[in-house]
Design a protein around this ligand. Structure first.
Ligand code: NAP
Length: 283
């Protein structure tokens, strides 16, 4: 039976480290500040934004919320971002995705100053992640690495299989695993015989968004299984991609959903805001 990786506990430890550093900066008169923009009233986005604000409160980071109406134009949003880019009291800017369809998401991502881009979505930060000299961590993949590190697992020479190739999870996840000296395979919807590939994996990271993408027959004994996905079952409960109950009987370590990768993402966001604040103040 696998060890269940406790994302709540590991994220709490990370937030406590951030909180201590934020308090140190405050002693020197430096206040860390995150501006969060939400456009429209998507309920899931509202939950995510509220959780981010709660994490700011906990860590001592000042949070500013800009709640814009659904009909906001791209021009209006870009003007707000421009204003925040030029405001020295704002260290991080986050625009909650998805955006209403009249707004081009990539134009918004490109408009945020890379120095304040705490989601690490700007092409410049994506490039730095690729090169390996990044300051802004890709939040979810960096959270996964933090969890694996916390379990004392050395990724050197391990066969790691990432399922999903999105810009926010799959691709940066593969880069961070490579930087840890793993041998990385990235799978996607066009991959042939996924099970044959996952059965050879020492570590599986699933980021698809479909229930039962990873079943017990696809996992070798003692594999490490990380479930990034957040799916809603018919009964309204949350679950991941992995058939948790059966896979946990084979894996050595496994993350639950909820209480796994989710809390890590927000903790890394706090770390990025702290790093941005330090950078902008020559620390
Ligand atoms: P996405 O952009 O929809 O990407 C999904 C990926 O899965 C795509 O690359 C897709 O392949 C691949 N895929 C789809 N069906 C597949 C199949 N049958 N076999 C193998 N690969 C398949 O999603 P995302 O934004 O990366 O998010 C993925 C999941 O993680 C979602 O459930 C999301 O809610 C969750 N998530 C969680 C956090 C967190 O903090 N825990 C953060 C971000 C996302 P193609 O490229 O070929 O289409």
């Amino acid at each position: 039976m696998a060890n269940i990786i406790d994302g709540k506990l590991i994220s709490q430890n990370l937030k406590d480290r951030v909180k201590a550093e934020v308090a140190e900066l405050k002693k020197d008169g430096i206040e860390s500040c995150l501006a969060v923009i939400i456009v429209g009233s998507d309920p899931a986005s509202r939950v995510y934004v509220n959780n981010k604000k709660k994490a700011c409160e906990y860590t001592g980071i000042k949070s500013l919320e800009y709640a814009l109406p659904q009909e906001t134009t791209q021009q209006e949003l870009l003007e707000l971002i421009e204003k925040l880019n030029g405001d020295d009291s704002v260290n991080g800017i986050l625009c909650q995705l998805p955006l209403p369809k009249q707004i081009d998401e990539q134009a918004v991502i490109n408009a945020i100053s890379p120095k304040k881009d705490v989601d690490a979505f700007h092409p410049s930060n994506v490039g730095h992640i690729m090169i390996g000299d990044h300051v802004m961590l890709p939040c979810t993949p960096a959270g996964v690495i933090e969890m694996i590190d916390s379990c004392g697992i050395d990724l050197t020479s391990k066969n790691c299989v990432v399922i999903g190739r999105s810009n926010i999870v799959g691709k940066p996840m593969a880069m961070l695993l490579l930087q840890k000296n793993a041998t990385v395979t990235v799978c996607h919807s066009k991959t042939k015989d996924l099970a044959e590939i996952t059965r050879r994996a020492d570590v599986i990271v699933s980021a698809v968004g479909k229930i039962n993408t990873v079943t017990a027959d696809m996992v070798k004994d003692w594999a490490v299984v990380i479930d990034v996905a957040i799916n809603r079952k018919d009964d309204g409960k949350l679950c991941g991609d992995v058939d948790f109950e059966k896979v946990k009987e084979k894996a050595s370590f496994i993350t639950p959903v909820p209480g796994g990768v989710g809390p890590m993402t927000i903790a890394v966001l706090m770390k990025n805001t702290l790093n941005a604040t330090k950078n902008q103040n020559g620390r």
